[in-house]
Design a protein around this ligand. Structure first.
Ligand SMILES: [Zn+2]
Length: 493
C-alpha cells in the first residue's frame, strides 16, 4: 500500500480542496424560533416555517449572522458590506420546502487564509468563501441490513435538524503539498475545528455531525494542467480526512496510469476499508437554479459592528497552544495530543483551580481520557469538572490519598456521589495516617510472617516488600506504602 502511494506521489502532483460544514450552536434555528437541542424526540422541534408550509415566512436569526461573520474574521476573510441569501432548488425528502436557503454568488465572507504546520513546514490554506445556509432534515432507512436505502422497507424523516444554521467554509484549491497532502488536509481541518471551537459558536463534534467535511482531490503530472477532481462526501473524523485523501490519490493514480480519465463525481468514504466508493455524478450549479431569496431582506452588516466583532476575537488557538506549552513545560507532540483530545481548556481550568500542570494533565490525559474513550463521549462530558479534578489531585499532594485510592474516589465522583473529599469520607477511603494504627498493622504483619522478618533482619532488605504487601492488605490499600516500608525497616534493622 505504502509503495503504491509513494509511486503515485512520485508521478503525480495532488491538488486538494476542502468544504466544511459547521452546524452553529445557536439556541434557535436560522429562520424560525424552533429549538435546536441535539437528540430530541424526532419532529418535536418543528414549525410551519421550517416545515415549509404555505404562507409561512422566514426571519433571519441575528446570532447566526454574527457567528458567520466571526468565523470569517477569524479566517482573515473580507466581510461583505451587502449580500443576499439565495434559493437553492432541489427536491429531496429531507428538504421540506423543496429548496434550501443558502448563499450563491454573494457570500458573507470571502478571500481569507489559515496557516497550518506539518512536520515543521508551514502551509497557507486559502479560504475561498464562508457562507451561511440552513441544514436539511435527517432520513433514516429501516428494515434493511445496512441502514442504507437499498433493501430498506421504510424511510423515516426527522425534521428537527431542518433549518439549523450551517456555515460552509470552502478552501481555494491547495497545490504544492506533494506527498504531504493527506497530512495537510488533516492539519487544516484540525486547525479549523480549534478556531471555530475557540469562538464558542459550535461544539464542532465530528462524530455528532456538527462538523462535516467533503474532501476534493485531483492529480496532475508536473507541468500539466490540474486534473479532474473527485469529491469525497461526509468524512466524519480527522483520521478519515487523512485516509480519504490518501486513498483517492492511490485510486486516481491507478486510473491515470491505465490511460483512463478520472470522472468528476461524488464519492463516499468507507470507514471500514479506508477507501471511497462511487456515488452520484455531481450536479452543476445550473441544476440548482439559484436565485436571490425573495422572502428575506439583504444582509448589510454595520461596519462598526464588524469592527467590534473583530476586536472581540479570542486568541488564536495556535498562539494559545504555544503559550501554554511553554507554561506547562511539555513537548510539542504532547501538546498536540492534548489539543486532539479536546483537553486544552479543561487542563487550563484545572490549573486555575489549584492543580499543578503535571497533576492536571495526568488525570485528563490518563484516567479520564480512558473513561471518555470507553464511553464514546467527549472528555468535557465525561462527568468530572476541572474543580473536582484539582481537588482530587490536592488530596493526593497532601498525602491524604494515594494515586490508587484517588482513582477509586474518582469513580465515585463520576458515579455522581459528590466531590472528592465527600466521596473519600463517605467511602472511608482516606490514607491511614494514624501512626499508632499503622505500627499495630506492621507488628501484626511481622508476627504473622516470621520467616520473612528474619530475612530482613539478616540484611535482605528487598524481602520487606512482602511485609509491605501484607500491611497494605490489612489496611485495604489505605496506607501510604512508603511510610509502611519505613516503619518496617525501623522495626527490623
Ligand atoms: Zn421551525
Amino acid at each position: 500500500m505504502t509503495d503504491t502511494y509513494d509511486e503515485a506521489v512520485a508521478t503525480y502532483q495532488p491538488v486538494i480542496g476542502i468544504e466544511t460544514h459547521v452546524e452553529l450552536g445557536t439556541r434557535t434555528k436560522m429562520f424560525c424560533g424552533c429549538r435546536t437541542d441535539f437528540g430530541a424526540e424526532p419532529n418535536t422541534q418543528v414549525c410551519p416555517v421550517c416545515l415549509g408550509l404555505p404562507g409561512s415566512l422566514p426571519v433571519a436569526n441575528r446570532a447566526g449572522i454574527e457567528a458567520t461573520i466571526r468565523i470569517g474574521l477569524a479566517l482573515n476573510c473580507d466581510i461583505a458590506a451587502w449580500c443576499r441569501m439565495a434559493r437553492k432548488n432541489y427536491f429531496y425528502p429531507d428538504m421540506p420546502k423543496n429548496y434550501q436557503i443558502s448563499q450563491y454568488d454573494e457570500p458573507l465572507c470571502t478571500d481569507g487564509h489559515v496557516d497550518v504546520e506539518v512536520d515543521g513546514e508551514t502551509y497557507r490554506i486559502g479560504i475561498e468563501r464562508v457562507h451561511l445556509e440552513e441544514d436539511t432534515g435527517k432520513t433514516l432507512h429501516v428494515g434493511g441490513a445496512t441502514g442504507r436505502i437499498h433493501g430498506a422497507t421504510e424511510s423515516l424523516v426527522d425534521y428537527n435538524r431542518a433549518g439549523i444554521p450551517l456555515v460552509e467554509i470552502v478552501t481555494k484549491p491547495v497545490p504544492g503539498t506533494g506527498a504531504k497532502a493527506p497530512e495537510v488536509a488533516r492539519a487544516y481541518v484540525t486547525e479549523l475545528r480549534d478556531i471555530v471551537r475557540s469562538l464558542g459558536v459550535s461544539d464542532v463534534r465530528m462524530e455528532q455531525g456538527s462538523l462535516r467535511c467533503d474532501v476534493n482531490t485531483s492529480l496532475n503530472r508536473p507541468g500539466e494542467e490540474w486534473g479532474t477532481r473527485s469529491e469525497t462526501k461526509n468524512v466524519n473524523s480527522l483520521r478519515s480526512v487523512e485516509r480519504a485523501v490518501r486513498s483517492e490519490i492511490i485510486r486516481q493514480a491507478g486510473v491515470l496510469d491505465a490511460g483512463a480519465r478520472v470522472v468528476q463525481e461524488t464519492r463516499h468514504f468507507q470507514e471500514d476499508t479506508g477507501s471511497t466508493r462511487s456515488g452520484r455524478s455531481k450536479e452543476t450549479a445550473t441544476d440548482y437554479r439559484y436565485f436571490p431569496e425573495p422572502d428575506l431582506v439583504p444582509i448589510a452588516p454595520d461596519p462598526a459592528w464588524v469592527a467590534e466583532l473583530r476586536a472581540g476575537l479570542p486568541e488564536r488557538p495556535s498562539v494559545t497552544r504555544a503559550r501554554l506549552r511553554e507554561q506547562w513545560g511539555i513537548s510539542e507532540v504532547d501538546m498536540q495530543a492534548v489539543a486532539n483530545a479536546g483537553a486544552v481548556e479543561l487542563i487550563e481550568e484545572t490549573i486555575a483551580a489549584g492543580a499543578s500542570p503535571a497533576g492536571a494533565r495526568k488525570w485528563w490525559m490518563g484516567e479520564l481520557a480512558r473513561r471518555a474513550n470507553e464511553e464514546g463521549v467527549e472528555l468535557a462530558a465525561v462527568g468530572a469538572t476541572p474543580a473536582q479534578v484539582a481537588e482530587l489531585q490536592g488530596l493526593v499532594d497532601a498525602g491524604k490519598l494515594t494515586d490508587k485510592l484517588a482513582r477509586t474516589v474518582l469513580e465515585g465522583v463520576l458515579a455522581g456521589e459528590g466531590d472528592p473529599a465527600g466521596v473519600m469520607a463517605a467511602r472511608g477511603l482516606g490514607v491511614v495516617s494514624d501512626t499508632g494504627a499503622l505500627v499495630a498493622a506492621v507488628d501484626e504483619a511481622i508476627a504473622a510472617n516470621p520467616d520473612i522478618a528474619a530475612k530482613v533482619r539478616g540484611g535482605k532488605v528487598a524481602a520487606a516488600g512482602a511485609l509491605v504487601g501484607a500491611v497494605m492488605n490489612t489496611t485495604r490499600g489505605q496506607a501510604d506504602a512508603k511510610t509502611v516500608r519505613e516503619l518496617i525497616l525501623k522495626r527490623l534493622t
